[in-house]
Design a protein around this ligand. Structure first.
Ligand code: AMP
Ligand code: GLY
Length: 429
């Protein structure tokens, strides 16, 4: 390894703050920058302005900083080929190239990949024209899921309870431009029931390591009610993914996927995020693939790695991963997201935030939508604003410590779900 490493973290959310913290804690890292970063990241490392959707600017910054590892947090730069461009200039990048990123940037391409490599998923078909899509809807049972194929920041999935609302969704996407170019092709899919879980697979060509299974909480309200959000909290390990399910994930999902990568000539070097739906009979199907760490899952998974996660990313970026050597802590981790009142609808920005001066052992705060004003005051600047991350010997311990800190954050417009981890906590009590 070209130790010590100079690392550039691209992105500005809670996930990227967790990646930055991992770099700051790593003995392999001599220097780390974030671009563009946020209010919390700016307090811990040098942040550089960057348009993450401009691949040339990303490469130019990495070159300028003489970074020898670039960790690409979000999906959009990956879909634009930033990792390819970095590798072409001789800079190691953690994140797949455009050919791997298509699994997230085109749900239609991802579904075709599932079919070709026999990966279990919901029944579906893809359409670019309204008439055949509506004919297909006639054969579907309700509810039915209508998805914009392209990137839509997690908002392009509509679960339709009636034939009329499904037709409206189809027309909205294909004729009305409701998701712009991302909705010019759609996927209509069978509705799956069960519990969702996320498996982050760190892939290095034909080798991989799975981080602990985790569970996000996408709905805004307690008891998993209300609108979908970017994620209101997560925990790991998620016991719903038991050993039997994990065996199926290795055998029927990851194995065929890596064979598919080889057959398609895709040299994937980054995170493959397997979004699972597990039904009551314990059968798992893939809801989606993403090609980057989940947010907020990343914030609980990196602290659970006993092996330095920067080592893992470096090895994946260079194709030198040795899975047998990877170790995880035997603890539980939880993140509770503090959001601005009103999110995911409209909410205020620019509210001052007072963080607690001390934190219990094992607790840290990651920033997402924050910024520092000219006087260094911390202000809210987004919908999901902070995450309280807590490690404990049990999930109950982690939860108690996390909520103690959530209550102590001084910010008038904060709200958070009080039931993160409720399924597992209920089954453990
Ligand atoms: P996706 O971006 O495809 O993962 O969809 C976002 C969210 O929509 C998922 O995390 C699920 O909560 C929900 N969803 C997507 N597809 C389905 C499906 N086929 N059945 C039930 N829920 C789904
Ligand atoms: N936590 C879900 C995602 O990152 O897409």
């Amino acid at each position: 390894m070209e130790s010590p490493l100079k690392v550039l973290v691209i992105g500005s959310g809670g996930r990227e703050h967790a990646l930055l913290k991992a770099c700051l804690e790593s003995s392999l890292v001599e220097k780390v920058w974030a671009a563009p970063g946020n209010g919390g990241m700016a307090g811990e490392a040098e942040c550089r302005p960057l348009d993450v959707e401009d691949p040339e600017a990303c490469v130019a910054l990495a070159k300028d900083l003489e970074a020898n590892l670039v960790i690409v947090g979000p999906e959009v730069p990956l879909a634009l080929g930033v990792a390819d461009d970095l590798r072409e200039t001789g800079i190691a990048a953690y994140g797949p190239g455009k050919d791997g990123a298509i699994l997230e940037s085109s749900k239609a391409a991802c579904k075709a990949f599932f079919k070709k490599y026999d990966i279990p998923t919901a029944d579906w078909d893809t359409f670019t024209e309204v008439a055949p899509a509506i004919e297909y809807l006639g054969k579907c049972s309700l509810p039915v899921v209508v998805k914009a194929s392209g990137l839509a920041a997690g908002k392009g999935v509509l679960i339709c309870e009636s034939k009329e609302s499904a037709e409206e969704a189809v027309k909205g996407m294909l004729q009305g431009g409701s998701f712009g170019a991302s909705g010019e092709e759609i996927v209509i899919e069978e509705f799956l029931t069960g519990q969702e879980a996320s498996i982050m697979v760190m892939v290095s060509g034909d080798k991989y390591v799975c981080l602990s299974p985790s569970q996000d909480h996408k709905r805004v309200g307690e008891g998993d009610t209300g609108l979908n959000t970017g994620g209101m909290g997560a925990y790991a390990p998620a016991a719903v993914v038991d050993d039997a399910i994990m065996e199926v994930v290795h055998r029927d999902i990851i194995g065929p996927t890596l064979e598919g990568f080889e057959a398609e000539g895709i040299d994937f070097r980054g995170t493959l995020f397997v979004g699972l739906m597990i039904n009551d009979a314990g059968e798992a199907k893939v809801l989606e693939y993403n090609v980057r760490f989940g947010d907020p899952e990343c914030q609980v998974l990196l602290p659970l790695c006993e092996t330095d996660p920067v080592q893992l990313m470096w090895d994946c970026a260079n194709g030198t991963l040795e899975p047998a050597e990877v170790k995880f802590k035997k603890q539980a981790a939880m993140i509770v997201v503090l959001a601005a009142d009103g999110y995911p609808g409209s909410y205020s920005k620019g509210d001052p935030i007072q963080l607690p001066e001390t934190l219990p052992e094992g607790v840290s705060i990651v920033h997402a939508g924050t910024k520092l004003d000219d006087n260094g005051t911390l202000l809210s600047s987004g919908g999901r604003v902070l995450g309280v991350v807590s490690l404990g010997d049990t999930l109950e311990d982690a939860s108690a410590k996390a909520y103690e800190v959530c209550d102590a954050v001084g910010w008038d417009n904060k709200f958070y779900r009080r039931d993160i981890g409720h399924r597992q906590l209920k089954s453990e009590s």
